[in-house]
Write a protein that binds this ligand. Sequence first.
Ligand SMILES: Nc1ncnc2c1ncn2[C@@H]1O[C@H](COP(=O)(O)OP(=O)(O)OP(=O)(O)O)[C@@H](O)[C@H]1O
Length: 304
Amino acid sequence: MIEGRGLTKIFAPNSPGKNRIIAVDNVNIRIEAGETLTLVGESGCGKSTLSRLLLLLIPPTRGEIFFEGQALTRLKGKELRSVRKKLQIVPQQPESSLDPRWTIAYSICEPFRIHPDSLHGRQMYEELKRLLRLVGLEPEQAARYPHQLSGGELQRAVIARAIALEPSLLICDEPTSMLDVSTQASIIHLLKALQQDLGCALLFITHDQGLAHAIGDRTAVMFAGQIVEEGQGILDRPYHPFTCRITSVSDSGSLPPSELQGTKIPGSCVYYQFCPEKTEKCLHSPEMVEYEDRRVRCHNFSPT
Ligand SMILES: Nc1ncnc2c1ncn2[C@@H]1O[C@H](COP(=O)(O)OP(=O)(O)OP(=O)(O)O)[C@@H](O)[C@H]1O
Protein backbone atom coordinates (compact mmCIF):
# COMPACT_ATOMS: atom_id res chain seq x y z
CA MET A 1 0.00 0.00 0.00
CA ILE A 2 2.71 2.49 1.01
CA GLU A 3 6.35 1.91 0.26
CA GLY A 4 9.51 3.94 0.76
CA ARG A 5 12.46 3.00 -1.41
CA GLY A 6 15.99 4.11 -0.62
CA LEU A 7 14.68 6.84 1.67
CA THR A 8 17.40 9.12 2.93
CA LYS A 9 17.15 12.37 4.87
CA ILE A 10 20.21 14.46 5.53
CA PHE A 11 19.84 17.61 7.62
CA ALA A 12 22.38 20.26 6.68
CA PRO A 13 24.20 21.96 9.56
CA ASN A 14 22.59 25.24 10.62
CA SER A 15 25.86 26.73 11.78
CA PRO A 16 29.44 26.48 10.48
CA GLY A 17 31.63 23.77 12.00
CA LYS A 18 28.67 21.44 12.76
CA ASN A 19 28.32 18.08 11.00
CA ARG A 20 25.41 17.23 8.76
CA ILE A 21 23.00 14.71 10.27
CA ILE A 22 22.03 11.60 8.34
CA ALA A 23 18.72 11.06 10.12
CA VAL A 24 17.40 8.39 7.73
CA ASP A 25 19.86 6.35 5.72
CA ASN A 26 18.76 4.39 2.67
CA VAL A 27 15.64 2.84 4.20
CA ASN A 28 13.27 0.53 2.38
CA ILE A 29 9.95 0.20 4.14
CA ARG A 30 6.61 -1.25 3.12
CA ILE A 31 3.29 -1.22 4.95
CA GLU A 32 0.45 -3.33 3.61
CA ALA A 33 -3.22 -2.35 3.72
CA GLY A 34 -4.75 -2.97 7.14
CA GLU A 35 -1.59 -4.20 8.87
CA THR A 36 0.20 -2.85 11.94
CA LEU A 37 3.91 -2.27 11.62
CA THR A 38 5.60 -1.27 14.86
CA LEU A 39 8.82 0.74 14.66
CA VAL A 40 11.22 0.64 17.60
CA GLY A 41 14.64 2.17 18.17
CA GLU A 42 16.52 4.46 20.48
CA SER A 43 15.87 8.13 20.83
CA GLY A 44 17.41 9.97 17.88
CA CYS A 45 17.69 6.95 15.55
CA GLY A 46 15.36 8.55 12.98
CA LYS A 47 11.90 7.09 13.65
CA SER A 48 10.00 10.39 13.55
CA THR A 49 11.96 11.62 10.55
CA LEU A 50 11.10 8.43 8.68
CA SER A 51 7.41 8.85 9.49
CA ARG A 52 7.45 12.49 8.38
CA LEU A 53 9.09 11.43 5.12
CA LEU A 54 6.37 8.86 4.47
CA LEU A 55 3.75 11.58 4.93
CA LEU A 56 5.82 13.91 2.77
CA LEU A 57 5.78 16.49 5.55
CA ILE A 58 9.47 16.86 4.73
CA PRO A 59 11.05 16.05 1.37
CA PRO A 60 13.54 13.18 1.17
CA THR A 61 17.13 13.97 0.24
CA ARG A 62 17.03 10.79 -1.83
CA GLY A 63 14.52 8.03 -2.43
CA GLU A 64 10.92 7.62 -3.49
CA ILE A 65 7.59 7.02 -1.77
CA PHE A 66 4.84 5.06 -3.46
CA PHE A 67 1.25 5.06 -2.25
CA GLU A 68 -1.07 2.58 -3.96
CA GLY A 69 1.35 2.51 -6.88
CA GLN A 70 1.63 6.30 -7.29
CA ALA A 71 4.99 8.01 -6.78
CA LEU A 72 4.12 10.59 -4.09
CA THR A 73 7.37 12.46 -4.56
CA ARG A 74 6.26 13.36 -8.10
CA LEU A 75 2.75 14.57 -7.21
CA LYS A 76 1.92 18.23 -6.77
CA GLY A 77 -0.99 20.50 -5.82
CA LYS A 78 -4.46 18.99 -5.94
CA GLU A 79 -3.26 15.43 -6.66
CA LEU A 80 -0.93 15.47 -3.69
CA ARG A 81 -3.62 16.94 -1.41
CA SER A 82 -6.05 14.21 -2.36
CA VAL A 83 -3.49 11.48 -1.52
CA ARG A 84 -2.45 13.24 1.68
CA LYS A 85 -5.91 12.93 3.18
CA LYS A 86 -5.39 9.16 3.11
CA LEU A 87 -2.26 9.51 5.28
CA GLN A 88 -2.69 10.89 8.78
CA ILE A 89 -0.60 11.19 11.92
CA VAL A 90 -1.28 11.06 15.64
CA PRO A 91 1.68 12.80 17.25
CA GLN A 92 3.37 12.33 20.61
CA GLN A 93 2.20 15.66 22.05
CA PRO A 94 -1.44 16.32 21.18
CA GLU A 95 -1.40 19.84 22.61
CA SER A 96 1.26 20.93 20.13
CA SER A 97 -0.89 19.88 17.18
CA LEU A 98 -4.09 21.60 18.34
CA ASP A 99 -4.55 25.34 17.90
CA PRO A 100 -5.08 26.78 21.41
CA ARG A 101 -7.46 29.42 19.98
CA TRP A 102 -9.80 26.82 18.48
CA THR A 103 -12.42 24.74 20.22
CA ILE A 104 -11.90 20.99 20.07
CA ALA A 105 -14.89 20.68 17.72
CA TYR A 106 -13.42 23.28 15.35
CA SER A 107 -10.07 21.41 15.34
CA ILE A 108 -11.70 18.04 14.70
CA CYS A 109 -13.52 19.55 11.72
CA GLU A 110 -10.34 21.08 10.27
CA PRO A 111 -9.87 18.28 7.66
CA PHE A 112 -13.36 19.01 6.27
CA ARG A 113 -12.38 22.65 5.80
CA ILE A 114 -9.03 21.75 4.19
CA HIS A 115 -10.77 19.35 1.80
CA PRO A 116 -13.83 21.25 0.58
CA ASP A 117 -14.95 18.25 -1.48
CA SER A 118 -15.70 16.38 1.80
CA LEU A 119 -18.49 17.40 4.23
CA HIS A 120 -20.24 20.70 4.99
CA GLY A 121 -22.95 22.14 7.24
CA ARG A 122 -25.39 19.66 8.73
CA GLN A 123 -23.53 16.61 7.37
CA MET A 124 -20.29 17.84 8.92
CA TYR A 125 -22.03 18.43 12.25
CA GLU A 126 -23.53 14.90 12.21
CA GLU A 127 -20.10 13.46 11.37
CA LEU A 128 -18.53 15.45 14.22
CA LYS A 129 -21.04 13.89 16.64
CA ARG A 130 -20.22 10.43 15.27
CA LEU A 131 -16.47 11.02 15.60
CA LEU A 132 -16.85 12.22 19.18
CA ARG A 133 -18.80 9.07 20.03
CA LEU A 134 -16.19 6.88 18.32
CA VAL A 135 -13.30 8.32 20.32
CA GLY A 136 -15.23 8.53 23.60
CA LEU A 137 -15.59 12.32 23.98
CA GLU A 138 -18.72 14.15 25.11
CA PRO A 139 -20.18 16.97 22.96
CA GLU A 140 -19.69 19.20 25.99
CA GLN A 141 -15.92 18.47 25.91
CA ALA A 142 -15.78 19.34 22.22
CA ALA A 143 -17.01 22.84 23.01
CA ARG A 144 -13.93 23.46 25.18
CA TYR A 145 -10.47 24.74 24.31
CA PRO A 146 -7.36 22.49 24.46
CA HIS A 147 -6.18 23.81 27.85
CA GLN A 148 -9.51 22.67 29.33
CA LEU A 149 -8.94 18.96 28.56
CA SER A 150 -6.68 16.29 30.02
CA GLY A 151 -3.81 14.76 28.01
CA GLY A 152 -5.84 11.62 27.27
CA GLU A 153 -8.87 13.64 26.16
CA LEU A 154 -6.67 15.79 23.92
CA GLN A 155 -5.21 12.67 22.34
CA ARG A 156 -8.75 11.40 21.68
CA ALA A 157 -9.52 14.70 19.95
CA VAL A 158 -6.39 14.41 17.81
CA ILE A 159 -7.36 10.83 16.91
CA ALA A 160 -10.87 12.01 15.92
CA ARG A 161 -9.33 14.62 13.63
CA ALA A 162 -6.91 12.05 12.16
CA ILE A 163 -9.68 9.58 11.29
CA ALA A 164 -12.17 12.20 10.04
CA LEU A 165 -11.31 11.54 6.40
CA GLU A 166 -11.03 7.75 6.85
CA PRO A 167 -7.31 7.41 6.17
CA SER A 168 -5.69 4.30 4.70
CA LEU A 169 -2.64 4.78 6.90
CA LEU A 170 -2.49 6.18 10.42
CA ILE A 171 0.98 6.92 11.74
CA CYS A 172 1.07 6.97 15.52
CA ASP A 173 4.28 8.56 16.74
CA GLU A 174 4.58 7.46 20.37
CA PRO A 175 0.98 8.58 20.92
CA THR A 176 0.83 7.47 24.54
CA SER A 177 4.28 8.29 25.87
CA MET A 178 3.07 11.46 27.62
CA LEU A 179 0.10 9.73 29.30
CA ASP A 180 -0.30 7.77 32.52
CA VAL A 181 -0.41 3.98 32.32
CA SER A 182 -4.19 3.47 32.48
CA THR A 183 -4.83 6.22 29.92
CA GLN A 184 -2.15 4.67 27.69
CA ALA A 185 -4.01 1.37 27.72
CA SER A 186 -7.34 2.97 26.82
CA ILE A 187 -5.82 4.98 23.95
CA ILE A 188 -4.08 1.88 22.52
CA HIS A 189 -7.35 -0.02 22.81
CA LEU A 190 -9.15 2.82 21.00
CA LEU A 191 -6.58 2.94 18.18
CA LYS A 192 -6.77 -0.81 17.59
CA ALA A 193 -10.59 -0.74 17.63
CA LEU A 194 -10.64 2.15 15.15
CA GLN A 195 -8.16 0.34 12.94
CA GLN A 196 -10.53 -2.63 12.81
CA ASP A 197 -13.48 -0.38 12.00
CA LEU A 198 -11.71 1.60 9.31
CA GLY A 199 -9.54 -1.22 7.99
CA CYS A 200 -6.59 1.18 7.89
CA ALA A 201 -2.92 0.35 8.31
CA LEU A 202 -1.03 1.53 11.40
CA LEU A 203 2.60 2.52 11.64
CA PHE A 204 3.08 2.56 15.38
CA ILE A 205 6.27 4.14 16.73
CA THR A 206 7.13 3.22 20.29
CA HIS A 207 9.99 2.80 22.73
CA ASP A 208 8.04 0.06 24.45
CA GLN A 209 9.07 -3.32 23.08
CA GLY A 210 6.32 -5.14 24.97
CA LEU A 211 3.73 -2.96 23.29
CA ALA A 212 5.46 -3.26 19.90
CA HIS A 213 5.33 -7.01 20.23
CA ALA A 214 1.74 -7.08 21.45
CA ILE A 215 0.17 -4.92 18.76
CA GLY A 216 2.43 -5.32 15.72
CA ASP A 217 1.83 -7.77 12.89
CA ARG A 218 5.46 -7.01 12.09
CA THR A 219 8.17 -5.00 13.82
CA ALA A 220 11.01 -2.95 12.34
CA VAL A 221 14.05 -2.08 14.45
CA MET A 222 15.99 1.09 13.63
CA PHE A 223 19.53 1.99 14.53
CA ALA A 224 21.35 5.17 13.45
CA GLY A 225 18.99 5.94 10.58
CA GLN A 226 18.74 2.41 9.19
CA ILE A 227 16.25 -0.41 9.61
CA VAL A 228 18.53 -3.20 10.78
CA GLU A 229 15.93 -5.94 11.22
CA GLU A 230 12.29 -6.36 10.34
CA GLY A 231 9.73 -9.13 10.42
CA GLN A 232 7.24 -11.09 12.47
CA GLY A 233 8.20 -12.09 16.00
CA ILE A 234 11.70 -10.60 15.73
CA LEU A 235 11.56 -9.32 19.30
CA ASP A 236 10.98 -12.90 20.44
CA ARG A 237 13.57 -14.40 18.13
CA PRO A 238 16.01 -11.58 17.40
CA TYR A 239 18.85 -12.05 14.96
CA HIS A 240 20.62 -8.70 14.46
CA PRO A 241 23.10 -8.01 17.29
CA PHE A 242 21.34 -4.71 18.05
CA THR A 243 17.91 -6.39 18.29
CA CYS A 244 19.50 -9.06 20.52
CA ARG A 245 20.92 -6.32 22.71
CA ILE A 246 17.71 -4.37 23.19
CA THR A 247 15.63 -7.47 23.80
CA SER A 248 18.03 -8.83 26.40
CA VAL A 249 18.67 -5.61 28.34
CA SER A 250 15.33 -4.50 29.63
CA ASP A 251 12.70 -6.04 31.79
CA SER A 252 10.73 -2.82 31.76
CA GLY A 253 10.30 -2.68 28.01
CA SER A 254 12.22 0.57 27.58
CA LEU A 255 15.27 0.81 25.38
CA PRO A 256 18.76 1.33 26.79
CA PRO A 257 20.37 4.78 26.81
CA SER A 258 21.51 6.15 23.47
CA GLU A 259 24.53 4.57 21.91
CA LEU A 260 24.49 6.84 18.93
CA GLN A 261 27.17 9.19 20.21
CA GLY A 262 30.15 7.39 18.61
CA THR A 263 31.56 8.43 15.27
CA LYS A 264 30.69 6.04 12.49
CA ILE A 265 33.54 4.72 10.36
CA PRO A 266 32.64 5.88 6.84
CA GLY A 267 31.21 3.07 4.76
CA SER A 268 30.98 0.60 7.66
CA CYS A 269 27.95 -1.12 9.16
CA VAL A 270 26.12 1.42 11.36
CA TYR A 271 26.47 -0.92 14.35
CA TYR A 272 30.18 -1.66 13.76
CA GLN A 273 31.58 0.11 16.83
CA PHE A 274 29.17 -1.57 19.21
CA CYS A 275 28.87 -5.01 17.70
CA PRO A 276 30.32 -7.94 19.66
CA GLU A 277 30.30 -10.10 16.53
CA LYS A 278 31.95 -7.75 14.05
CA THR A 279 34.46 -9.04 11.54
CA GLU A 280 36.53 -7.31 8.88
CA LYS A 281 33.74 -7.51 6.33
CA CYS A 282 31.59 -5.31 8.60
CA LEU A 283 33.78 -2.38 7.58
CA HIS A 284 31.54 -2.42 4.50
CA SER A 285 27.89 -1.61 5.05
CA PRO A 286 25.77 -4.77 4.63
CA GLU A 287 22.75 -5.00 2.33
CA MET A 288 19.38 -6.04 3.71
CA VAL A 289 19.00 -9.83 3.34
CA GLU A 290 15.53 -11.32 3.16
CA TYR A 291 14.71 -14.78 4.38
CA GLU A 292 11.24 -16.16 5.04
CA ASP A 293 9.38 -13.61 7.19
CA ARG A 294 12.46 -11.60 8.16
CA ARG A 295 14.82 -8.98 6.71
CA VAL A 296 18.20 -8.43 8.39
CA ARG A 297 20.98 -5.98 7.64
CA CYS A 298 23.99 -7.95 8.91
CA HIS A 299 26.87 -9.70 7.15
CA ASN A 300 26.63 -12.63 9.59
CA PHE A 301 23.02 -13.41 8.71
CA SER A 302 22.98 -16.32 6.33
CA PRO A 303 19.53 -17.42 5.21
CA THR A 304 20.00 -21.18 5.18
N1 LIG B 1 14.68 19.50 11.45
C1 LIG B 1 15.82 18.94 11.87
N2 LIG B 1 17.00 19.57 11.68
C2 LIG B 1 18.17 19.01 12.07
N3 LIG B 1 18.26 17.79 12.64
C3 LIG B 1 17.11 17.11 12.86
C4 LIG B 1 15.83 17.65 12.48
N4 LIG B 1 14.88 16.74 12.82
C5 LIG B 1 15.52 15.70 13.37
N5 LIG B 1 16.86 15.92 13.40
C6 LIG B 1 17.90 15.00 13.90
O1 LIG B 1 17.73 13.78 13.21
C7 LIG B 1 18.01 12.68 14.09
C8 LIG B 1 16.79 11.76 14.14
O2 LIG B 1 15.74 12.45 14.83
P1 LIG B 1 14.28 11.82 15.02
O3 LIG B 1 13.45 12.83 15.72
O4 LIG B 1 13.82 11.31 13.73
O5 LIG B 1 14.62 10.60 15.99
P2 LIG B 1 13.62 9.65 16.81
O6 LIG B 1 14.14 8.27 16.66
O7 LIG B 1 12.22 9.92 16.40
O8 LIG B 1 13.85 10.16 18.29
P3 LIG B 1 12.81 10.15 19.56
O9 LIG B 1 12.50 8.73 19.86
O10 LIG B 1 13.57 10.83 20.65
O11 LIG B 1 11.59 10.95 19.14
C9 LIG B 1 18.37 13.29 15.43
O12 LIG B 1 19.78 13.38 15.51
C10 LIG B 1 17.75 14.68 15.36
O13 LIG B 1 18.46 15.59 16.17
